[in-house]
Design a protein around this ligand. Sequence first.
Ligand code: GLY
Length: 397
Amino acid sequence: MRSIIHCLIFFSLFLSCTRTDRSEDLSQLVDEELSFSLEQYKLMAQSLPDANRLPRTTSRDDGSLVTSGTDWWCSGFFPGSLWYLYEYSGNPEILAEAKRRTAVLEREKFNTGTHDLGFMLFNSFGNGYRLTDDLQYRDILITGAKSLISRYNDTIGCIQSWDHGNWQFPVIVDNMMNLEYLFWATRITGDSSFYRIAVNHANKTIQNHYRDDWSSYHLVDYNPSTGEVIKKQTVQGAFDESAWARGQAWGFYGFTVAFRETGNPEYLEAAKNIALFLLNHPNLPDDMVPYWDFNAPEIPDAKRDASSASILSSALLELQRYVDEDLANTYMHAAEKIIRTLSSPSYRSEPGENNNFILMHSVGSLPGNSEVDVPLTYADYYYIEALMRFREVFANE
Ligand code: GLY
């Protein structure tokens, strides 16, 4: 039944879309947007001469640039974006800047107080290692991966997300994004424990975070002694049973990667089902940039979240590689639509504006009244990644 619905929905939504139907100007758009991103992030780097300060967002009080230290969960996104922009341009100045911004994060390899080391270290050192084979980067990454798995509980089968709050062992769906780092660590070291932990975490996430319709809870709290679920709830979403948009995008991206790394068809099915939930959702706007929560009570006046859109587009561009041609076309078309919207003046900054961030209009935590309708480094990072993935598609056609 599910597969029939799949076909009908996608058939009606994207009736005549094939790879060859894609507008010829898409390749040009991708190139223009990457060139723009490169220039914009050069300005960002100039505006922040101290490498220890990383861009975070824009203040809603006075419009100024808000920065963070290396211990903020987003510290890897700016260096990671610089690595992608170096990959795009081959520009030696960007390479030097990427190295400089990455180096300051080394201290986080000993940070055992967060599950976000994938974002912090793998996006920065990981991209750096991928592009330079620098063995020092590899060693830093291995140390960081050991710090990350120190948060694993074998009774539960998950990595603990947060140390704050009144939970016993909180796991948020966002944590699916850290698994890529662990799969990499097993490949590089030959130590299968990273892989085993990643697989256990993914399996538990399917079991306890996902609902029958393939939407996800934000947070599941576990009893660390018995492994039992204590509570399922939201923190950054509209209400416990709602579908917080970025959480859905994190999970979608995470299961796509988990399939790539394991070949387990269960993860492929999970990713396809999450895509179905998202792309077919009645509250997904026509321009494909989600509201901050798919069930936000204030829809259609709810704030949009560009970060969810950019994560979604990047993951769609990966998932299309693993599915049949019809579905691949559907995913490609959806990713194209998102990128076109994000690249329009509604979301993309003008040169030198927006505190030199690339995209506008993301939401960090609306219930926390934090980072609402502002630029965020992770919206930019996955936007650039999606653009790079489009380039790869064009290169292989
Ligand atoms: N991982 C935190 C967030 O997505 O806001």
